[in-house]
Ligand binder design. Structure first.
Ligand SMILES: NC(=O)c1ccc[n+]([C@@H]2O[C@H](COP(=O)([O-])OP(=O)(O)OC[C@H]3O[C@@H](n4cnc5c(N)ncnc54)[C@H](O)[C@@H]3O)[C@@H](O)[C@H]2O)c1
Ligand SMILES: Nc1ncnc2c1ncn2[C@@H]1O[C@H](COP(=O)(O)O)[C@@H](O)[C@H]1O
Ligand SMILES: O=P(O)(O)OP(=O)(O)O
Ligand SMILES: [Mg+2]
Length: 272
């Protein structure tokens, strides 16, 4: 195994194989214990896009609050699923299918288009050119703002969907979808998440769906694998300690090094 590969696997705590049932229990218990440890908290908040990761994290969050209600008798523990389209979302029906599957206690819908467009207009009024890519990150940060607004009104915390296959490449917007309070999927790769959704009897089309951040207008539904230049199969194999082509391994390690700043707290004078 490559030296950096070993270090990355240890850092991201990825296991070469998982028992999906056990990992479901582990994530659910993590969320339950967190809520129990902070008695003022009452809700879990998560944006549901219609993609694999938010379907999984949302389903686990709903199980956690349902069990907490039963075990504690406190009926106001709840999971709030948040729809955050930018105007009209092409795969809206997938998002609704995901929400129906997880049986979310509550659904809040916020169109982020007016806020994102207003921010772009305000920036451009200062002679700044905002690229489609930069605007994509602004959309992701508007989603973060909406979720924190909801959490703030509901004694809630924001769930993030970051997992090992995204973390290794830094494939998320810093303080956008990367901004969250708890990340129950962290340690899992993409195929391990799929296996957990299968175990939960999720609709197949939601976990076989092509992963996309869908943030760009010039390249709608751009597959993550195209943007990254490497497949999730390669990323998962790498994280599970298998040998992959040196070209793919170099790409993954290149992303890992370039995005180191996203996996730490902001740097201070005490950092090198
Ligand atoms: N924006 C989109 O439309 C879009 C679409 C699909 C996927 N994605 C993916 O989401 C991710 C987000 O893009 P991104 O990473 O360019 O934006 P980002 O906003 O997540 O990170 C860039 C920001 O990080 C900070 N930064 C950069 N280098 C730094 C360093 N060395 N030290 C400290 N801070 C530093 C700067 O503030 C910079 O603006 C990418 O992996 C991208 O491929 C984005
Ligand atoms: N359109 C969306 N509605 C609600 N939540 C969304 C939407 N798009 C993204 N999200 C949230 O962000 C994360 C990350 O998405 P990626 O596809 O990995 O970029 C997603 O899990 C949702 O929680
Ligand atoms: O984060 P999601 O739910 O949008 O999943 P994916 O990353 O597979 O698009
Ligand atoms: Mg997505």
């Amino acid at each position: 195994m490559r030296e950096l590969q070993k270090e990355i696997i240890e850092t991201l705590k990825v296991q070469p194989t998982i028992d999906p049932k056990q990992e479901i229990r582990r994530s659910v218990d993590f969320m339950k214990n967190y809520l129990k440890k902070v008695p003022s908290l009452r809700s879990l908040v998560l944006g549901i896009s219609g993609g694999q990761d938010s379907t999984l994290a949302g389903a686990l969050a709903e199980i956690a609050v349902r069990e907490l209600r039963e075990e504690t008798g406190i009926q106001d523990y709840r999971f709030i699923a948040v729809r955050l389209p930018y105007g009209v979302q092409a795969d809206e029906s997938d998002a609704m299918k995901a929400i129906e599957f997880m049986q979310a206690d509550e659904v809040v819908r916020i169109d982020i288009k007016p806020a994102a467009d207003a921010m772009v207009a305000a920036l451009e009024a200062n002679d700044l050119k905002i690229s489609d890519f930069n605007k994509g990150n602004i959309k992701a940060r508007e989603r973060m703002i909406a979720q924190y607004g909801i959490a703030g009104s509901n004694a809630g915390i924001v769930i993030g969907t970051d997992h090992a296959a995204e973390s290794v490449t830094g494939f998320y917007t810093k303080f956008g979808d990367g901004g969250a309070d708890i990340i129950p999927l962290w340690r899992l790769d993409k195929r391990q998440g799929k296996a957990m959704l299968k175990e939960l009897n999720a609709p197949v089309e939601l976990y076989e769906k092509t992963p996309t951040a869908d943030l760009e207008e010039e390249r709608p539904a751009l597959p993550d694998e195209v943007a990254l230049g490497v497949t999730y199969d390669d990323i998962d194999n790498y994280l599970e300690g298998r040998e992959i082509s040196s070209e793919a391994a170099d790409k993954i390690e290149g992303w890992y090094k370039r995005t180191a700043h996203k996996r730490v707290l902001p740097y201070t004078v005490f950092d090198n």
